[in-house]
Design a protein. Structure first.
Length: 228
């Protein structure tokens, strides 16, 4: 952890304790099992004689295999999704967001097949300090995930079966190198720079969202409403 994240740990307001938003084991299991089911379907389609079936299977294995594997790997390394501190939000998948750059948190939807997928998201006034706080390892993981998503989107027309035409088109345009461009891409797609599956939060997404909003309000009140 670097930059703002280190400052947050070293200068926390003693009147406010950090608040960790943990992962839901049941939700994680549901997400991983769902991804595994789509991977199994993808493997069966790879055995299809037709090229369309093979492309569909490849898209399923790449997209859902990466999503499920990454979620499981992160749960083993990090017991929490987010940690709220008086200085900002530590995103355990990467980066630290100062409250001064926080704009809002809320529910949204990723466009895709069957009406899309609901997410809990965070919107930023500026992503410069957040992007600069990523470690080299976190940057490698973010770029690897982006490359995997782009490969899945490239398996058209098959990828559209799983994520919808708009979702597949968006995956093909996913930036792979510049983190700021990745965050902007995510905002254009979902309305939020950072987004999570509601299934991942212990106690549910509505409870996690209420805690983020209440903690942020408490920070503003302690700072006289300046938000800086």
């Amino acid at each position: 952890m670097t930059g703002a994240a280190e400052n947050a740990q070293g200068s926390a307001d003693p009147g406010m304790k950090p608040l960790a938003l943990g992962r839901s084991r049941r939700g994680l299991a549901t997400l991983v099992l769902g991804c595994a089911a789509f991977v199994a379907i993808g493997v069966s389609l790879l055995l299809d004689d037709g090229w369309a079936g093979k492309l569909t299977g490849l898209a399923a294995v790449i997209f859902f295999g990466l999503c499920g594997g990454y979620a499981l790997w992160k749960s083993l390394r990090e017991p929490a999704l987010l940690t709220l501190t008086p200085e900002g939000i530590r995103v355990h998948s990467g980066g630290f967001l100062p409250w001064a750059d926080f704009e809002a948190a809320g529910m949204g939807r990723v466009p895709g097949a069957s009406g899309g997928t609901e997410v809990l998201g965070i919107r930023m006034k500026s992503c410069e300090r957040y992007a600069a706080s990523f470690t080299s390892e976190q940057l490698r993981l973010a770029r690897g995930a982006a490359k995997g998503g782009q490969l899945a989107g490239a398996s058209l027309p098959s990828a559209g079966i799983f994520v919808g035409r708009r979702g597949a088109d968006a995956l093909r345009s996913l930036p792979q190198h510049d983190l700021r461009e990745m965050l902007q891409w995510n905002r254009e797609l979902t309305g939020w720079e950072v987004a999570f599956s509601p299934l991942l939060f212990a106690g549910g997404a509505s409870g996690a969202l209420a805690k983020i909003q209440a903690y942020h309000q408490a920070v503003l009140e302690r700072r006289g409403g300046s938000g800086s």
